[in-house]
Design a binder for this molecule. Structure first.
Ligand code: ADP
Ligand code: MG
Length: 329
């Protein structure tokens, strides 16, 4: 099984940022609303995530590190309407095959915490007692210590951290109810309290994207009665357009995506007001019936396929175009 894990790891674990993404998704799936991340050396030396979610019972700890041990699919039909972020049951197994991983957890109804560890191919079967409040901590040390070829492909500490921070940003922009702390080499980089109100959400936006974005954007929330599509979020004003496409966030049912249909619709809405070579900034959320969208086109899940792409395209285009038209004097 270890060899299979290492092969699978090639798919999921590319760099520290991919580890962080998987760990964050697990925490969110577990219902956590506080997540703390400690990173050292861009994540290569250490990624430690602590959450206050549902935890893993003593009996399931070792299982959580084994391949295809997902607790998230109970029936085949679940595959049709996957609500949770992860569901393939191989992230922890893959990560532990290329690092030194310790999983410590305590469900609310358990008096003590327990921990399991794995060092690359060697998984210690022992479950040992540990001290931990309700919730889970995953500690990933020395990423790729046993796969030097993969390690060689890593960029500088700064670059790896930038990728990792981007992952945190995306999730922080899709889960306003969750508090996030991100520290790098002992220094706080982001401290985001749960944001329940509109103004708290805008405060989070300002922390993540800068005050300029919040000041130079329009909030919108539009529902198409007939199709049930909803588009909400913030559109940067044309004056806030950028030379780089680095502030474009589009979420479909809470998941960040890159999609040609979406990009085209947004660009088209802005096209009359943007100078050549400028990119609009936006943080937009599309919500629709999960049956109308395929999310598992690719394992990293950044892609979607709309069942009615024309409808989606036109709704996004028209909604944004109207907002822009209203801005004209
Ligand atoms: P998947 O998320 O696809 O099920 P993973 O390998 O990411 O697979 O996780 C395996 C299992 O470990 C999960 O199904 C879940 O039961 C458990 N698990 C992992 N992380 C956490 C966490 N932070 N809190 C609670 N349970 C967790
Ligand atoms: Mg997972």
């Amino acid at each position: 099984p270890q060899l299979a894990n290492q092969i699978a790891a090639g798919e999921v674990v590319e760099r520290p940022a991919s580890v962080v993404k998987e760990l964050l998704e697990n925490s969110l799936d577990s219902g956590a609303d506080r997540i703390e991340l400690d990173i050292e050396q861009g994540g290569v030396k250490l990624i430690r995530l602590r959450d206050n979610g549902g935890g893993i019972g003593k009996g399931d700890l070792s299982l959580a590190l084994s391949r295809h041990a997902t607790s998230k699919i109970t029936a085949l039909e679940d595959l049709e309407a996957v609500g949770s972020l992860g569901f393939r049951g191989e992230a922890l197994a893959s990560i532990s095959s290329v690092s030194r991983l310790t999983l410590t957890s305590r469900p609310l109804d358990q008096d003590n915490a327990w921990a399991v560890s794995a060092q690359g191919r060697d998984m210690t079967a022992d479950v040992v007692p540990a001290a931990h409040p309700p919730g889970t901590t995953v500690e990933v040390r020395d990423l790729f210590f046993n796969t030097p070829a993969r390690r060689k492909f890593l960029k500088t500490e700064k670059t790896e951290f930038r990728h990792l921070e981007e992952v945190v940003k995306r999730l922080a922009l899709s889960c306003y109810g969750v508090g996030f702390t991100l520290r790098h080499n002992g220094k706080a980089v982001h401290q985001l309290r749960p944001a329940e109100t509109e103004s708290a959400r805008e405060q989070r936006l300002a922390q993540l994207l800068g005050k300029g974005f919040v000041n130079e954007s329009v909030a919108l929330d539009v529902v198409a009665e007939a199709s049930g599509l909803r588009l909400w979020g913030w559109m940067g004003l044309p004056t806030f357009s950028r030379a780089q496409a680095d502030q474009q966030y589009f979420f479909v049912n809470g998941r960040v995506i890159r999609d040609k249909v979406v990009t085209h619709a947004v660009r088209q809405a802005y096209q009359d007001v943007l100078f050549h070579g400028r990119h609009p900034a936006y943080v937009l959320y599309l919500e629709l019936d999960p049956a109308l969208v395929d999310v598992n086109v690719h394992p990293t899940k950044h892609e979607v396929r709309f069942r009615e792409s024309r409808l989606v395209h036109d709704f996004i285009f028209r909604t944004l175009y109207r907002v822009i038209a209203d801005l004209r004097p």
